[in-house]
Every structure is written in structure tokens, then in C-alpha cells.
Design a protein around this ligand. Structure first.
Ligand code: S3P
Length: 173
């Protein structure tokens, strides 16, 4: 059992604004391991923001960069907790790579209104959620992909990110 826990590798997925990065940070500190944020890795390796990449070259180009970076981090020996960007899990090739590298996927599931509130109050520019109508449509289109994750974890609005991380650590690990 201990061995199994030590080897468990987790991917957090879910819609923009659900809190993947923050939960990943708490989860990593609870489990005393490293967390990797795919969006941050992309921005660092490309030396520009995701909004700039999508603005200049479009979403299809961005998805290729995303898959290349995902592939790179999945192979890192110390990668145990990875937070994806909200669209990464919707790409079949990414799901295949994630399974191939033996990660367990946790979908942070939440209402659209909860995600939208966080998107609206965040400083980050999210080029694929520029207005509520566009974001809502994307949210609904993506449920069919998110529900392919191994675990579905309902993010209740009364829970803090730390409490969510603690529950995931108790239940998944
Ligand atoms: C995206 C979500 C973003 C980022 C990019 C595209 C998406 O990440 O990867 O803007 O397609 O949902 P967050 O989910 O961390 O906002």
C-alpha cells in the first residue's frame, strides 16, 4: 500500500477557473512532492504568455505547443502532481500520453457560475473565455471529455482549495 501511494501520480483537470493550480499547490505541499503547472511550463519555455501565443498564432498552434510540453513533463521522474490547462484533457493525443505515463486523472468538477466568477475576478487573460457566452458554451462542450477522467471530484463552493486538496489526498492516494 505504501509503495502504491509513493508511486501514485496525479493529473488535475477541469474547466478554467475551477482552481486546478491552487489545489495542485496544496496537494504537493501535503504530499511533500513537486507540482508542475503545464500553463506555467509553456509560458516559461515559450517566453511569452499563452494569450500572446493564441493571439499571434491561433488555438491549433497553441495546442501543438501544449502537447509537446505535456509530453516533456510527463516523462520527468519527479512529476507527481500536474495541473493541466483547461483544454489539455479535451485533446485525444494528450489523454493517450497521460494514460501511457500511468497518471491518474482527477476532474475538479464545478458549476459554470463558480468557474466564471473566478475567471472574471482573475488577473490572468484567458483568450478562450473572453465573455460569458463563449465560456459557457465551451464549458458545456467539454463535459463529455472531463467525465472521461478516472476520478470526479465535485468542488463545493463552501470548500477551500486546501480542504479540496486534503480530500483528494485522503481519497485518491
Ligand atoms: C485554456 C485554459 C487555460 C490555458 C489556455 C487555454 C482552455 O488554462 O491553458 O488559456 O482551453 O481551457 P486554465 O484552465 O489554467 O485557465
Amino acid at each position: 500500500m505504501e509503495q502504491q501511494r509513493a508511486n501514485q501520480k496525479i493529473i488535475l483537470t477541469g474547466f478554467m477557473g475551477v482552481g486546478k493550480s491552487t489545489v495542485a499547490r496544496f496537494l504537493a505541499s501535503l504530499l511533500k512532492c513537486k507540482k508542475i503547472d503545464l500553463d506555467a511550463v509553456i509560458e516559461e519555455s515559450e517566453r511569452r504568455t499563452i494569450a500572446d501565443i493564441i493571439g499571434a498564432h491561433g488555438e491549433a498552434h497553441y495546442r501543438r505547443i501544449e502537447t509537446a510540453n505535456l509530453n516533456k513533463i510527463l516523462s520527468q521522474k519527479d512529476a507527481r502532481i500536474i495541473a493541466l490547462g483547461g483544454g489539455a484533457w479535451t485533446i485525444e493525443e494528450n489523454r493517450r500520453l497521460i494514460k501511457q505515463h500511468d497518471f491518474t486523472t482527477v476532474w475538479l468538477e464545478s458549476s459554470f457560475e463558480h468557474c466564471w466568477r473566478n475567471i472574471r475576478f482573475s488577473k490572468r487573460v484567458r483568450p478562450l473565455a473572453r465573455n460569458k457566452m463563449q465560456a459557457r458554451q465551451l464549458f458545456h462542450e467539454r463535459q463529455q471529455f472531463y467525465c472521461l477522467a478516472d476520478w470526479h471530484f465535485v468542488v463545493r463552493p463552501d470548500l477551500t482549495s486546501f480542504q479540496i486538496a486534503k480530500k483528494i489526498a485522503e481519497e485518491v492516494f
